[in-house]
Design a binder for this molecule. Structure first.
Ligand code: SAM
Ligand code: SF4
Length: 330
């Protein structure tokens, strides 16, 4: 079997698929506050087009799929796509990343359709701060979504919190207690330069080591776990008494590019070999223009083969991609 290998011998088995660029909130680190121009609906890949692309990716060794967006739960009938993908032989892990606003009403359908893993984004446990980050109300919906997801049987739910200096500090200890009380893992993700407002600066990133220090001093020491796979971007910890898990995605302070095995399909059918790519491969044109499976397979192989060594966030050479996070699919 051909594999998706790049020139640094990284084998790509993890595909993240954006199903829409639309969203029901407006996180400042991702979207502009106003006047967002969304993709035309006719440009979004259909469920059938996504399924075909996934089957081809699986034939090249992909075994892990995550649906994302924009907000994936605003895409109508998402559970039907999950039903299609969960039947594809070779997929070992089918996950979803959501802001949780619509989760309470969809959790049962998603679970029954075969979704295996759920990450829920929540940056603050204080409703006022939640509103400041998201420029919308909805904190209670997210909490209800987390509870509903646990009730219908999702296990090992992860909460993603973007770590931003002068914002996240007050939430560190509450999140530490939350992980201990509610049996969810909190994963702090360092703020990356993918915001639509282009306001990112390195000084605005609250680094993982600072959060580890606070949690260790204010709650109890954190002990590294070796549960995350070597390709996982997250470094996992648990509190010394074994209760409560905390993970860190230190994309800025400790880039993990050399073990990256991910690539992405945007909602409008472009393949990106890195979050920070400046180039894309146009899969939609092949899907809609009589491209054969062999041609799509070759486009994937070529895209991965061209992957650069890593992002250059920490250098003067860094160029922020034109697409912000909501349009790529985080
Ligand atoms: N709307 C869904 C959500 O928020 O979970 C899925 C899409 S969102 C783009 C995926 C993840 O990317 C979320 O956990 C979000 O917090 C994260 N994210 C968005 N912009 C980011 C940024 N500039 N830096 C770091 N993480 C970011
Ligand atoms: Fe929407 Fe997710 Fe972006 Fe927040 S991070 S604006 S929830 S797409």
């Amino acid at each position: 079997m051909n594999q998706l290998v790049d020139s640094f011998q990284r084998v790509h088995t993890n595909l993240r698929i954006s199903v829409t660029d639309r969203c029901n909130i407006r996180c400042f680190y991702c979207m502009p506050a106003e006047n967002v121009v969304f993709m035309q609906k006719s440009h979004l890949l259909t469920f059938e087009e996504i399924e075909r692309t996934v089957r081809i990716a699986v034939s090249l060794g992909v075994n892990k799929i995550r649906l994302t967006g924009g907000e994936p739960l605003v895409r109508q009938d998402l559970h039907k796509l999950i039903g299609k993908l969960s039947h594809i032989e070779g997929i070992q892990d089918l996950g979803l990343t959501t802001n949780g606003i619509l989760l309470a009403e969809q959790a049962r359908q998603l679970h029954d359709a075969g979704l295996s893993r759920l990450n829920i984004s929540l940056d603050a446990l204080d409703p006022k701060l939640f509103r400041e980050v998201t420029r919308r109300d909805g904190y209670e919906n997210v909490i209800a979504g987390i509870e509903a997801a646990q009730q219908v049987g999702f296990e090992r739910i992860k909460i993603n919190a973007v770590s931003v200096r002068n914002l996240t500090e007050s939430q560190i200890v509450p999140f530490g207690h939350f992980s201990r009380e509610s049996n969810v893992e909190i994963r702090f993700i360092e703020f990356m330069p993918l915001d639509a407002d282009n306001a990112w600066e390195r000084e605005k990133v609250l680094f993982a080591h600072e959060i580890i220090k606070t949690l260790s001093e204010e709650i109890m020491p954190l002990i590294p776990t070796d549960e995350d796979s070597p390709e996982s971007p997250a470094t996992g910890f648990q509190f010394a008494d074994g209760v409560g898990r905390i993970g860190f995605i230190s994309s800025v302070s400790q880039p993990f590019c050399m073990s990256c095995n991910r690539f992405r399909l945007t909602a409008d059918g472009k393949l990106r070999n890195c979050l920070f790519s400046l180039e894309e491969a146009d899969i939609k044109s092949l899907l809609r223009g009589d491209g054969t499976d062999a041609e799509i397979r070759q486009a994937m192989l070529d895209s991965i083969a061209a992957k650069k060594e890593g992002h250059e966030i920490n250098t003067a050479r860094f160029i922020q991609p034109d697409r912000p996070m909501y349009s790529i699919g985080g």
